[in-house]
Design a binder for this molecule. Structure first.
Ligand code: FCB
Length: 453
């Protein structure tokens, strides 16, 4: 039985009685066991082996070794008093070549994980795609190939049939615009393609895959609550300079609107609509726009756009104002923008909103004298952002849950192991887990021991 939401805590914070508290992780970032029990290769295994693909040449082969240590990790979640956990399934672990032969040992791992999560009283939220496309499918064109939507739907059906008896919250994709823009236009993520037409095709085919996934899940798991996770953050012109305004508007279309708009409102934003038109076939927009039950928002801070004629789409990432608050990683800390984004998505898409990622990265969590891991900077960030979530709710945003990124320090994509987001410290040599101060702070918030301020 899922742990009942902490009603008293929620009331004291001005949130719905059934407001959910959780954490998020993703398969490639924590599982490790990359060559074990029949797992196939993903495009991230390849990128890790590509020169310059990841800082320090770090690889996800072992990561947090969650594949073997999941029971310990679930116990850590239980210790937090969470009632929800978002994780992702690794497509190449269950279908080593992306389609065709099924890997039973891979499915067995997720059975064990889901059972342990439920046993701990935590509701599993299963995300089908957190960026680790099977390499064999990429070799056939990956997301640039329209058939990829069908391969994805078959994979979704496999998971729905196997886990749908226990998993009721399903998420089709994580952060569509990040993996398509960085993976097919700007070489910041796997598979590292840099081609405008490939990028446009990938956008449309991923949208088709989302729609096909929703259809399959509705069919196979009738009581499923289905949604998708979108990264959305305000895009501002660098230096507030009018010369950067057009770049900001176009980046906004790419970053914030290329996926939720067609999926929920039924149309692409105007400039992208013209560019994508050659790849749209009759009936596609209806295939993409399917009823969903919730909207997942990942948010860290706003982004700044600069006009950049040499860049593939004419924009690049600009700098935040010099006097802006920033995290240790240099990411801008703008809690007001979080409140505004929650209000905006709630009004624009008219779906219950769950914050599926928010958290603070650092590179200098300190070991205290008594062995504690000191991360006051993370607590300060969480305080500010949770206060703004409460403000958004008070102003009418329909927000129903909050999940911290992340439970564990993990493999942070192109930044490798140097950027740490965990509530729990991981020593990447010994793989020992040590809860940080922020772990205790979050536990105390959920338990109603303090009000987060
Ligand atoms: C998000 C990703 C997640 C993690 C955090 C820091 O963009 O979804 O996997 O890398 O950023």
């Amino acid at each position: 039985m899922p742990i009942a939401p902490p009603t008293e805590t929620n009331r004291a914070l001005g949130l719905r009685d059934d407001f959910l508290w959780g954490v998020s992780t993703s398969a490639y970032q924590i599982e490790g066991a990359a060559a074990e029990d029949g797992r196939g290769r993903s495009i991230w295994d390849t990128r890790c082996r590509t020169k310059g693909g990841v800082v320090n040449g770090d690889v996800g082969d072992v990561a947090c070794d969650h594949y073997h240590r999941y029971a310990e990790d679930v116990a850590l979640m239980k210790g937090l008093g969470l009632n929800t956990y978002r994780f992702s399934v690794s497509w190449p672990r269950v279908l080593p070549r992306g389609r065709g032969r099924i890997n039973d040992k891979g499915l067995d791992f997720y059975d064990r994980l889901i059972d342990a999560v439920l046993e701990a009283g935590i509701e599993p939220w299963l995300c089908l795609y957190h960026w680790d496309l099977p390499q064999s499918l990429h070799d056939l064109g990956g997301w640039t190939n329209r058939d990829c939507a069908g391969w994805y739907a078959d994979y979704a059906a496999l998971c729905a049939r196997r886990f749908g008896d226990r998993v009721k919250h399903w998420c089709t994709f994580n952060e569509f615009s990040v993996f398509t823009l960085f993976g097919y236009a700007i070489d910041w993520a796997a598979p590292g393609v840099t081609d405008r037409q490939a990028h446009l095709r990938a956008i449309h085919h991923v949208n088709l895959a989302h729609g096909a996934g929703v259809e399959v899940l509705r069919d196979l798991v009738p009581e499923a609550r289905i949604g998708a996770v979108h990264n959305r953050q305000q895009v501002l012109p660098e230096h507030n300079d009018p010369a950067n305004q057009e770049a900001a508007e176009f980046l906004d279309e790419h970053w914030n609107r290329a996926f939720p708009d067609p999926q929920i409102l039924g149309h692409y934003p105007p400039r992208l609509a013209e560019l994508i038109e050659p790849y749209v076939k009759g009936g596609d927009m209806a295939r993409i726009c399917r009823r969903q039950d919730w909207f997942g928002l990942n948010h860290y801070g706003p982004i700044f756009a600069r006009k950049a004629p040499d860049w593939i789409w004419g924009f690049c990432w600009g700098d935040a104002p010099a006097d802006a608050d920033k995290s240790q990683l240099g990411w801008p800390v703008f809690p007001d923008a979080f409140r505004d984004e929650l209000l905006l998505v709630s009004r624009r898409y008219k779906l219950p909103v769950y914050v599926t990622e928010n958290g603070c990265g650092g590179n200098s969590d300190q070991l205290g004298p008594d062995g504690a891991i000191l991360d006051q900077h993370r607590i300060a960030y969480l305080k500010l952002y949770i206060a703004k979530l409460r403000e958004a709710v008070a102003q009418g945003a329909d927000v129903r849950g909050y999940m911290v990124w992340s439970l564990l320090d993990n493999f942070e994509w192109g930044s490798g192991y140097g950027q740490r987001f965990g509530l729990v410290h991981v020593d990447f040599d010994s793989l020992k887990r040590t809860p940080k101060q922020s772990y205790d702070w979050y536990r105390g918030l959920i338990a109603g021991e303090h009000r987060g301020d």
